[in-house]
Write a protein that binds this ligand. Structure first.
Ligand code: KIV
Length: 276
């Protein structure tokens, strides 16, 4: 079904069923109600990414993002969605200890936000946790390649899986699919590797800095809207320049306030209410 004609939000199984169909899966991140409303029904799923920490809170990485932040933004996004599925990131430290911790926090995120699924980062070592969660009613979207929560062990935001390392990522992808993940985010990996993984596994791949051959794509919404003026990763295409537009508008407002041209007569109120 084309996302532009969606009447109701898909479920994780519907997203899984889009694997290999003619309709690539469309997704963006969102962190607020108004942004969620703009993409509702256009995106197949909307991701409340832990990128919220860097995008909205000015953190230098996603490591400082808390369960409370994810809940607050998850609830805000949920209020804006009726026709796109809501997926929420599990923040750093909320699932890595083991299946029981992961279930406790995943179920909390789903209960308090209404998300249909959680996303967590990591390769084959997360397979046991994913199997535990899916067996207990928590659909899981997995995430490999550049996994920003592991930035301190990956040694920076560089491309992952080049050369021989590609085989390890392919093995991770199989382990996660076999464990029951319903979809797999591939971040910042060579296009040929993304294509290989996409062809090889039975669940949809969602690319970000991966390949047009993935089963779907996701971008950070503020990146694709050009809200950041000083930062543009290679894999981001800017579909708008809202950051520049906002800066120009703020300058224009400041100039008019200083020149006492704003507010103009049409923006102020008379003593008497106008006759209706
Ligand atoms: O946190 C996030 O926004 C993400 C996506 C970019 C995949 O994980």
């Amino acid at each position: 079904m084309s996302a532009t004609t969606r009447k109701t939000a898909p479920l994780p199984d519907d997203i899984r069923a889009m694997k290999g169909t003619a309709a690539p899966i469309v997704s963006l991140t969102a962190y607020t109600t108004p942004m969620a409303r703009l993409m509702d029904g256009i995106c197949d799923f909307v991701l409340v990414g832990d990128s919220v920490g860097m995008v909205l809170h000015g953190l230098s990485s996603t490591l400082g993002v808390t369960m409370e932040m994810m809940e607050l933004h998850g609830q805000a996004v949920a209020r804006g969605l009726t026709r796109s599925m809501l997926v929420i990131d599990m923040p750093f430290g909320s699932y890595e200890e083991g299946p029981a911790q992961a279930f406790r926090n995943a179920s909390r995120l789903m209960r308090t936000t209404g998300a249909a699924a959680v996303k967590l980062e990591g390769g084959a070592h997360m397979a046991e946790t994913i199997a535990f969660l899916t067996a207990r009613g928590v659909p899981v979207m997995a995430h490999i390649g550049l996994t920003p929560q592991s930035i301190n062990t990956l040694g920076g935001y560089k491309v992952q899986g080049r050369g021989a390392a590609g085989d390890a990522l392919l093995a991770d992808a199989h382990a996660l699919a076999d464990a029951g993940a319903f979809a797999l985010v591939l971040e910042k990996v060579p296009a040929s590797l993304a294509d290989r993984i996409t062809a090889d596994i039975g669940i949809p791949t969602i690319g970000i800095g991966a390949s047009a051959g993935c089963d779907g794509q996701v971008l950070v919404v503020d990146d694709m809207l050009g809200l950041f003026t000083a930062f543009k990763p290679k894999f981001v295409k800017r579909y708008a320049t809202l950051g520049e537009d906002a800066e120009a508008a703020i300058h224009a407002y400041a100039e008019e306030v200083r020149a006492r041209r704003f507010p103009a007569p049409e923006h102020v109120f008379a003593d008497e209410a106008p006759a209706s």
